[in-house]
Ligand binder design. Structure first.
Ligand code: SF4
Length: 268
């Protein structure tokens, strides 16, 4: 059974104005969303999510995430921030991992779901929807009904860092959480790296999961495709406002990478 996506009028209008809505879906060759299915490893992923959510390995990041959650941004003063690390989320039978840098201080760190509640997430989930990988184009909180099809979204570093810059030691302490998630997502074949930090993190994840390092070290670029067994890495500019406001990254560019990821992953 194919489940039709729910497109609230506001979201439909926003999507259409940004990227041409259905015409973009047609351009990237996607006609219908994938069929959502339930798989057996959800409970293990839920247990792991609980462990990740309790992590306090990085004193600097723990202090920062909790300070942001305490002080809050004026616009969100009436909300209770999550203020803890963020597990990934998505389809337990994912064939595509979408890897970001770290949660936004007032986005995921507020809502409790990665890329949810900030402009980067608005951009990413709209593209996932247009390419048939998400049930809806908007993502506002953990109860918004969003479902992902065939993909898993996670950040290389699970706590928001000051100025969006994790230290190398913080990255290295955190990557094992992604290794643990990947061990429960054995069907992942493609890693979409949102930005150079995620690209570098994916190369490190390969080594952490038993593959030999690639020499010379492959360089990140938008649209770069790298055969890096057991995965194919795909580079995509990060959907930060720095990239999207300047036109460095357009909706079509994002859609093209995600459509390519779908094809490489063998998704119908
Ligand atoms: Fe733990 Fe990662 Fe957060 Fe460090 S960044 S405290 S390792 S979840």
């Amino acid at each position: 059974m194919v489940v039709a996506a729910v497109h609230p009028p506001a979201a439909r209008a926003a999507t259409a104005s940004r990227a041409g809505g259905a015409s973009v879906r047609a351009r990237v060759g996607i006609v219908t969303p994938m069929t959502p299915r339930a798989y057996g490893s959800r409970s293990a992923l839920d247990r792991l999510a609980g462990e990740i959510g309790a992590c306090r390995r990085c004193p600097r990041l723990v202090a920062w995430r909790e300070r942001v959650a305490r002080e809050r941004r004026a616009a969100f003063r009436d909300q209770t921030y999550w203020g803890r690390p963020l597990p990934g989320f998505g389809d337990p039978r994912a064939r595509i991992l979408i890897l970001g840098l770290a949660p936004a201080a007032h986005g995921g760190n507020r809502t409790g779901r990665v890329f949810t509640g900030d402009r980067s997430g608005d951009w990413l989930f709209a593209s996932l929807w247009r390419t048939g990988l998400a049930s809806q184009p908007i993502s506002v909180d953990r109860e918004d009904g969003l479902r992902l099809y065939g993909c898993w979204v996670a950040a290389a570093v699970r706590c928001p860092p000051p100025a969006n810059r994790p230290l190398p030691a913080e990255r290295d302490r955190c990557l094992p959480w992604t290794v643990s998630e990947l061990s429960l997502l054995p069907t992942v074949r493609v890693v979409v790296c949102l930005g150079a930090f995620a690209w570098d993190a994916a190369l490190r994840l390969r080594v952490l999961t038993g593959s030999a390092p690639l020499r010379p070290r492959p360089t990140f670029g938008h649209g770069v495709e790298l055969d890096a067994p057991p995965w194919t890495l795909l580079g995509c500019f990060h959907p930060s406002q720095q990239n999207t406001f300047t036109g460095r990254l357009t909706p079509d560019m994002t859609d093209a990478v995600l459509a390519r990821a779908r094809a490489l992953a063998g998704l119908p």
